[in-house]
Ligand binder design. Structure first.
Ligand code: OGA
Ligand code: MN
Length: 207
């Protein structure tokens, strides 16, 4: 995905449609490794209920979203090293071909238990406009039609239904693409993050 026609193709699609879906972003061994990491964090009960808004304006809103998240610490969570090497390559490509000034990133694991959803939103905080690109990598084994939890993406003229199939990568422009996670009928796993043009903590503090 980082070379030749397929690179040109997905960069074009991201520029034209504001989003792109890339299958088999993860290799099988990397997928297994990340799933094992995910499951270990679940067992250790390291996930916390997700909220909406930044630090100064953060609230739990189960009417809007019902997922649980674990923020990754790159230094401590050393098993994620390999996937971040891949994500760093991705960032290089976006800098080079899309002229994006990405200077930081933030990533979490997301667990949507059966019945969870995230209603229509965009990935930009009112008081912290530093998210450029949203990155989602699905970690679901054997996702099947009927399992639910599809990502619904809204563009000017259409809605697009994206199945949360394991190893699949989705990229979209954080401030331009309304989207939602439809109710899931099974546990739904992903690695989700944002590529930022300012450090992660900018604008997070109450002044
Ligand atoms: C989010 C989000 C989409 C997905 O976490 O902000 O919209 O498919 N996730 O998990
Ligand atoms: Mn989102």
């Amino acid at each position: 995905m980082f070379e030749g026609d397929s690179l040109i193709d997905w960069v074009d699609r991201l520029s034209e449609n504001d989003f792109v879906v890339i299958d088999d972003f993860l290799t099988e061994p990397l997928f297994e490794k990340l799933r094992a990491f995910f499951l270990s964090k679940l067992v250790q009960e390291d996930f916390a209920i997700a909220g909406v808004g930044t630090l100064s304006n953060h609230q739990i809103a189960p009417d809007i979203r019902k997922d649980f998240i674990y923020w990754i610490n790159r230094e401590e969570d050393t098993v994620t090293k390999e996937v971040f090497l891949l994500i760093d390559k991705l960032i290089q490509v976006l800098r080079e071909y899309c002229f994006l000034s990405i200077s930081d990133s933030e990533f979490h694991l997301a667990h949507y238990p059966k019945g969870a959803y995230y209603h229509r939103h965009i990935d930009q905080f009112k008081d912290r406009g530093n998210r450029l690109i949203s990155v989602i990598v699905y970690l679901n084994e054997n996702w099947d039609k009927g399992d639910g939890g599809e990502l619904k993406v809204y563009t000017n003229d259409k809605t697009h239904i994206i199945e949360p199939i394991g190893k699949r990568l989705v990229l979209f422009k954080s401030n331009a693409v309304p989207h939602e996670v439809m109710k899931t009928n099974v546990s739904r796993y992903s690695l989700t993050g944002w590529l930022l043009n300012k450090p992660a903590n900018v604008g997070c503090f109450v002044v």
